[in-house]
Design a protein around this ligand. Structure first.
Ligand SMILES: [Zn+2]
Length: 252
C-alpha cells in the first residue's frame, strides 16, 4: 500500500512570495531575494501542484518544499495544466531513465561507496528501467554535492521536469556523518527517489499537501518504504517490496 508514494506535476499560475517558515536551507540566502519572471513561473508551477504557499521556502536560486524537495528557479516548467500531464509531466522519459548520469561533486567523493550502494539498489530492480551511472566528466544529468542544510535535514532531492531527472541532490554530509553506512546510503537512495519523481510514501501522516498520487496498483501506506520522509538516520535502508513494485509500475 504505498498510498501515493509519488509525485505529481501540473501547472497553474498565481503569484506570491514564499514565506520562510523553515529556515533549514541555504543560510546564505536568508535575505529577501528578487523573484524573476522565470522564478515566478516556477513558483506558480509549485502552487499549481497544490503545495500551499506557506510551505514554500524561497532561496536565491531555488524554492524548497517539504524541506527536501528542490525546485530550481531555472527549471523547465511543463506546459499547460491538466490531469493528463499531471502524471506524465513528472516522470523521467523512457529514454532518459535508462541512463541517468550522476556526477559526484568532489565534496561528495568521500561518500562514493554510499552513493554506489544507493545506485545499486535502484539499478538492481528487476523489470524496472531506472538505471543510474556515475560519470566523472562530460555531460551529466544529476549533480550530487555536499551542502550544509543545518540541523534536521539529511538531504534534498529534485523532482524531474521536462522528461529529465531532477538535476540536483544535496547531502548534508557533516550532519549524517555519524549515521551508520546503511543510513548514509539510505539518505542518498531516498533523495535519488525524489529525482525520479517519488513523493514521500507517508505524505499523509506528515500532513504534506497536495495528496500524493497513487502509483497504479501500489496504493496505501508502507512503514518499510525508503521513501518515507522525516526518518533521517532511522528509516528503512533498503527499497521495500512496495517501493520496488512502484518503481516497476512507473518505469517498465
Ligand atoms: Zn524526502
Amino acid at each position: 500500500m504505498k498510498k501515493n508514494m509519488f509525485l505529481m506535476l501540473a501547472v497553474v499560475l498565481t503569484i506570491a512570495i514564499a514565506s520562510c517558515k523553515k529556515s533549514v536551507n541555504d543560510p546564505a540566502s536568508a535575505p529577501k531575494v528578487e523573484t524573476t519572471d522565470q522564478a515566478k513561473k516556477v513558483y506558480n508551477y509549485i502552487i499549481g501542484l497544490g503545495f500551499p504557499a506557506h510551505t514554500i521556502v524561497e532561496n536565491k536560486n531555488e524554492f524548497i518544499v517539504e524541506e527536501d524537495i528542490i525546485f530550481p528557479k531555472n527549471m523547465q516548467v511543463p506546459g499547460a495544466a491538466g490531469t493528463e500531464q499531471y502524471y506524465t509531466g513528472s516522470l523521467v522519459s523512457p529514454t532518459n531513465v535508462t541512463n541517468i548520469r550522476l556526477y559526484i561533486d568532489p565534496s561528495m567523493t568521500s561518500m562514493a561507496s554510499e552513493i554506489n550502494s544507493a545506485i545499486s539498489q535502484w539499478n538492481s530492480i528487476s523489470g524496472c528501467t531506472i538505471h543510474w551511472s556515475v560519470v566523472s566528466s562530460g555531460t551529466y544529468d544529476v549533480l550530487i554535492m555536499d551542502y550544509n542544510l543545518g540541523s534536521g535535514v539529511c538531504g534534498q532531492g529534485t523532482f524531474p521536469s521536462g522528461g529529465t531527472a531532477g538535476n540536483l541532490i544535496r547531502i548534508n554530509k557533516a550532519y549524517i556523518a555519524g549515521n551508520s553506512f546503511a543510513q548514509r546510503a539510505r539518505t542518498i537512495c531516498h533523495e535519488m527517489g525524489h529525482n525520479v519523481s517519488f513523493r514521500h510514501t507517508n505524505w499523509a501522516a506528515r500532513g504534506e499537501t497536495p495528496a500524493g498520487i497513487d502509483v497504479p496498483g501500489v496504493p496505501g501506506t508502507d512503514a518499510s518504504s525508503i521513501m518515507n520522509g522525516g526518518q533521517c538516520g532511522s528509516g528503512a535502508t533498503v527499497l521495500s517490496a512496495k517501493d520496488i513494485q512502484a518503481a516497476i509500475a512507473l518505469y517498465h
